[in-house]
Design a protein around this ligand. Structure first.
Ligand code: IPM
Ligand code: MG
Length: 368
């Protein structure tokens, strides 16, 4: 059988430098574990705009649709701030999510023990934390119509529409319940049913799917604002959180900080199964393109490397190899290695992006 295809889209800012480390990890799996991929590379975001005048070409879109999995670095940067909305780097990423129909975005927030003191919250609040936010990714206010900036009378009005069909809610709820069954069997659904009709429907549909298909899973509901508060107060009460596109965007950034650094967190965006049984999938770090440090070799490659681990698990049925990679990352952190983002107020000597990659490769070697 031909090697599965992996389309790599490094993107902008620190994307290319963190992705360079991932490529070395991919090569390691080919050489040492016989897990080979046909790796292709292409442009998305600002770099695609620079080359082609748009943030994602139809040709790249078609390659993403055909790939067994897509791995993305990050998009965006101040250079593109003045561009028309439709040409902004972020539109490239949103087009990928929408056209691949990647409706379920899994964002784990896991606190590595070696970093528990580095969180802005107390050690006992975050140590051992292991939760997953399942964010709906292809609908809601990000995509609802009508939208735009229009003129009414003598002033401008900005319009976005929150819209969810019951089918859209049910399918992401199923992903959350299935995932919970493999974990602690507990789902908390978050919306604002107290003020939004879309929230009322969200709660109803999640409740119906639960009763009909997943009565064995413990289900609770929370208003998303209270959920944000509880995430900071006692995050270990949660296992799987399922929520809509915008709330998921906010809550996952908050959850990220519980773990010490945004530079640590991977994500998987999954859609329906393809003909070969693999889900349509795109993997990317939760962090952005960090233009302020781009090109300096300071960025933390761990989130992007752990995104590849998620690809091994969810696209390539290689859960044990994913665990090997995760354990290697944990090992390196336990040994005290820190990129600049992982140094607390007391400071210390940071290692470079490349040195972090070297150490993870060495830990992989040792794992054999
Ligand atoms: C994320 C990002 C994106 C989002 C941006 C870059 C479009 O913040 O993936 O969380 O808002 O979804
Ligand atoms: Mg975000």
């Amino acid at each position: 059988m031909a090697d599965p295809t992996l389309l790599i889209l490094p993107g902008d800012g620190i994307g290319p430098e963190v992705m360079a480390e991932v490529r070395r990890v991919i090569d390691w799996y080919g050489a040492r574990r016989g897990l080979r991929f046909a790796v292709e590379e292409d442009l998305v975001g600002g770099c695609a705009y620079d080359a082609h005048g748009i943030p994602l070409t139809d040709a790249t879109m078609a390659r993403a649709q055909a790939a067994d999995a897509v791995l993305l670095g990050a998009v965006g940067g101040p250079k593109y701030d003045a561009l028309d909305f439709s040409l902004k780097p972020e539109r490239g990423l949103l087009r990928l999510r929408k056209e691949m129909d990647l409706y379920a975005n899994l964002r784990p927030a896991q606190c590595f023990d070696a970093l528990a003191d580095f969180s802005s919250l107390k050690r006992e609040v975050v140590a051992g934390l292991d939760i997953v936010i399942v964010r709906e990714l292809t609908s809601g206010i990000y995509f609802g119509e009508p939208r735009g900036i229009v003129t009414e009378g003598n002033e401008r009005v900005g319009i976005n529409t929150q819209r969810y069909t019951e089918g859209e809610i049910a399918r992401v709820a199923r992903v959350a319940f299935e995932l919970a069954r493999k974990r602690s069997n507990k789902v908390c659904s978050m919306e604002k049913a107290n003020v939004m009709e879309s929230g009322v429907l969200w709660r109803q549909v999640v409740t119906e799917v639960h009763a009909a298909e997943f009565p064995d899973v413990a289900l609770s509901h929370m208003y998303a604002d209270a959920g944000a508060m509880q995430l900071c107060r006692w995050p270990k009460q949660f296992d799987v959180i399922v929520t809509d596109n915008l709330f998921g965007d906010l809550l996952s950034d908050a959850a990220a900080m519980l773990t010490g650094s945004l530079g640590m967190l991977p994500s998987a965006s999954l859609g329906a199964p393809m003909a070969n049984g693999r889900p349509k999938a795109l993997y990317e770090p939760v962090h952005g393109s960090a233009p302020d440090i781009a090109g300096e070799g300071k960025a933390n490659p761990i989130a992007c490397i752990l995104s590849f681990a998620m690809a091994l698990r969810y696209s390539f049925d290689a859960g044990e190899e994913a665990a090997r990679l995760e354990a290697s990352v944990e090992r390196v952190l336990a040994d005290g290695l820190r990129t600049a983002d992982l140094l607390g107020p007391e400071g210390g000597k940071p290692v470079s992006t490349r040195a972090m990659g070297d150490a993870i490769l060495a830990a992989l070697d040792e794992s054999l």
